[in-house]
Design a binder for this molecule. Structure first.
Ligand SMILES: Cc1cc2nc3c(=O)[nH]c(=O)nc-3n(C[C@H](O)[C@H](O)[C@H](O)COP(=O)(O)OP(=O)(O)OC[C@H]3O[C@@H](n4cnc5c(N)ncnc54)[C@H](O)[C@@H]3O)c2cc1C
Length: 441
């Protein structure tokens, strides 16, 4: 096993930096067990793409990205078992190569399976990625391995658990036959798309709305399953659309100093780059997942019960359109839909849910981006839940109010990790863990 001493851990967008004393690159479950068993405090990380401070911050770290093999396929059951450091794109390619898919995907393919599951990563018009996990080998705080299956009660606590119950070692996913989507994209006024959400969710197999703050417009993306042989005349829109990232970068350059610039920039970007209709076909992965990004971002995302969304949306819109509060928001706010589940820390626990992203395109100045605060305030007021891997300020007291199983989760966590081995300072505050005698010393 490779080991590096006295280095600095830096997150993807460079907003989080920690010195560490030892970092282990593990390649086998036995190595993972050994490192976990022999260290008092430890965190483990994947692609470091979370904005939340959940992946490092302890002296000893495990880099999971070399633990990245495909272990086995079960062709009859359509399941695949992989090591948790595998990058999502590799899982999806492996699954597609045998004619299967995972039917709900995030808009990023560079994250690890372990990181994605731990934070409740999701796509739209389906369930969280972790809902497709049917078995997990979990390395516990004492280094032993526990197999958790979909029928075990622990699975509901484990599916979304921020690596606080143990390290996910190998994961088995239930896949489905691959399908082809006919994707259509077009701009619509807020008055048009907002009332149509529920009917569109029934009508289409895929629905995503890129809301363009300060423009009264949403860019509506729908997808319908079609016969793979059906001809679709591809319309990618005008060629200049490929310059969107460059133009956005220029227009937003000084928006941290003069936030009102955002309002004007968004109107220009919406007119130039979100004004045309598009049409194409492909698998969910091919047709809807972004494969490359021009620059880093700082992300927040809040979620709310489907029935409450219109009210929260109107309130948010009114608030950010007030020039007095400086909450100008970069394009786009990604509106997606997750169907209810039973996972304790899932955004969609027992309720169909709408998720709404909020990005700052200047990652380095994210601390002064007022929008993060305004969005959090409004969603929290209505019982909204934050994305675990993204930026939010809420802690234990607020989380207890919005997650019905929060205290049960904390109890299980304490049982499985009685010495708080897996807590860094951020997670300690998040779950309000009592400091143990050896930690205070
Ligand atoms: C550009 C961008 C787009 C994104 N798009 C989406 C999206 O469409 N939908 C969505 O829901 N989210 C999205 N995210 C959020 C992203 O999916 C999560 O932050 C995810 O956790 C990142 O995975 P990672 O491999 O970088 O994990 P890391 O950031 O390295 O780690 C995240 C957490 O997982 C834990 N962890 C890592 N490996 C394991 C393991 N084996 N066992 C247990 N815990 C583990 C870590 O300790 C940490 O707590 C996006 C993020 C970015 C930057």
């Amino acid at each position: 096993m490779k080991q590096k001493n006295n280095g600095t851990w830096v997150s993807w967008n460079e907003n989080l930096k920690y010195n560490y004393t030892t970092k282990y690159d593990i390649t086998t479950e036995e190595e993972l067990q050994e490192v976990v068993a022999n260290n008092e405090k430890i965190r483990f990380f994947g692609s470091k793409q979370s904005s939340a401070d959940i992946a490092a911050g302890t002296d000893v770290l495990i880099d999971m990205t070399s633990y990245n093999k495909i272990v086995s396929y079960d062709y009859n059951a359509k399941t695949i078992t992989v090591q948790s450091g595998l990058i999502l794109s590799e899982l999806l390619e492996a699954v597609a190569s045998v004619g299967w898919c995972i039917p709900c995907l995030p808009d990023i393919n560079t994250i690890t399976i372990g990181g994605a599951l731990a934070t409740g990563t999701h796509g739209t018009s389906g369930k969280l990625l972790s809902e497709y996990m049917i078995e997990c080998k979990l390395v516990l705080a004492d280094g032993s391995v526990k197999t958790v299956t979909k029928d075990d009660e622990l699975m509901d606590a484990l599916r979304v658990s921020l690596g606080m119950l143990g390290v996910m070692s190998t994961i088995t996913f239930q896949c489905e036959p691959e399908y082809i989507l006919h994707v259509k994209e077009k701009p619509e006024n807020d008055k048009e798309w907002l009332p149509k959400i529920k009917s569109r969710l029934k009508e289409h197999d895929f629905l995503r709305i890129l809301w363009l703050p300060h423009t009264d417009t949403g860019y509506v993306i729908t997808g319908d399953k079609i016969d793979p042989n059906k001809e679709v005349v591809e319309n990618k829109g005008p060629g200049y659309l490929k310059h969107r990232r460059t133009v956005s970068k220029i227009l937003y350059k000084y928006s941290h100093k003069f936030p009102w610039i955002t309002s004007i920039a968004n109107k220009i970007i919406a007119k130039a780059f979100f004004n045309s209709e598009k049409e194409h076909k492909g698998s969910l992965y091919q047709a809807t997942v972004t494969k490359s990004r021009g620059s880093t971002l700082e992300l927040a995302e809040w979620t709310i019960a489907l029935d409450k969304f219109p009210q929260v949306f109107e309130e948010l819109k009114t608030e950010i359109n007030k020039w007095s509060n400086k909450s100008f928001i970069h394009i786009p706010m990604d509106v997606r839909f997750v169907y209810k589940d039973n996972s304790w820390l899932s955004y969609a626990y027992k309720q169909d849910t709408v998720t709404m992203g909020c990005v700052s395109r200047n990652a380095a100045t994210a601390d002064t981006y007022e929008a993060f605060k305004s969005v959090e305030k409004i969603f929290l007021k209505h019982g909204g839940r934050p994305h675990w891997g993204k930026r939010f300020a809420a802690k234990d007291a607020q989380l207890a109010k919005i997650y019905p199983k929060w205290e049960d989760f904390k109890e299980v966590r304490q049982k499985l990790d009685p010495t708080n081995k897996f807590l860094n300072p951020y997670l300690t505050k998040l779950v309000a863990a009592k400091k143990l005698v050896n930690e205070i010393a």
